[in-house]
Design a protein around this ligand. Sequence first.
Ligand SMILES: NC(=O)c1ccc[n+]([C@@H]2O[C@H](COP(=O)([O-])OP(=O)(O)OC[C@H]3O[C@@H](n4cnc5c(N)ncnc54)[C@H](OP(=O)(O)O)[C@@H]3O)[C@@H](O)[C@H]2O)c1
Length: 275
Amino acid sequence: MTNKNLPLKSASWALITGASSGIGREFSTLLAKDGYSLVLVARDQEKLEFLAQNLQKTYSIQVHCFLIDLAKEGAIGEIDKKLKQNNITVSILINNAGLGQNEYFAEGDQKKTADMIAVNIKTLTELTRLLLPDMIKHNRGKILNVASMAAFSPGPFMAVYFASKAYVFSFSRAIREELSNTNIKVTVFCPGPIQTPFWEKAGASRSRLMSGFLLPILTPEKAAKIAYTDLKKGKNVCVPGLLAKIVYALRGVLGTYIPLKIAGFLNRSKSHKGF
Ligand SMILES: NC(=O)c1ccc[n+]([C@@H]2O[C@H](COP(=O)([O-])OP(=O)(O)OC[C@H]3O[C@@H](n4cnc5c(N)ncnc54)[C@H](OP(=O)(O)O)[C@@H]3O)[C@@H](O)[C@H]2O)c1
């Protein structure tokens, strides 16, 4: 959706995946407040267009909604085509779309597992590859990849999700290093639990993690604000909260065994009876 009568307040465009809900919606508002024109990507037309209308009206920015299923083959080609059609060069990319699955790997819904790998890993990688060359050409750009504290350990009962976030963490840090002689900064965001529909969709709303007894649960507003502040500063890794920062700092000392056991304990719910 574009209001062609609006003046282009800023020449800068930000693209946010998963903008229809949770943290992505909050990122969109923060960027709109800063005057960025936005490309919002997700599947839920009603939610996306409602957000776009509000942001356009409130902040006099341009907003395009790309209604795309990022799990589908060809999703990135579709984004490329739409960006070219609208003559948009993206200077801020927020790879935020993601989904989880709280099941025994061996029993999990295979379509959901495949979608998770496609959205959390494949499209994040391909979208970054699509947009980076232009950023390099202009020697300007920022990328925020949304990982999770799940990146720091294997995660029984959410095995593929935790592994996907470890990928995002590793990938982000590696390409940041490759870009170290440019003005392009890649920030990887590693939050603990956040109160969004993510947990219900993942079938994990009754896991111990979401009881909040070990790690405090952030609001999406607060989580997005912390990440956005660190993105603007061009920070490398953003880990919100003191306890999460301690876990991050100690991960080398803790090794794998203890975090794996803790993650398994937290991810397990009463429905996981064992084989
Ligand atoms: N919530 C947490 O505790 C937490 C903690 C750490 C990290 N994270 C990460 O934060 C990110 C955002 O999650 P959230 O908590 O904000 O969850 P959310 O409210 O469920 O939002 C997920 C977003 O991803 C989009 N999405 C999912 N599958 C998609 C697909 N196939 N194609 C296009 N868009 C898709 C959804 O849009 P549509 O449904 O409209 O397509 C939605 O906008 C994820 O990467 C998640 O792994 C979350």
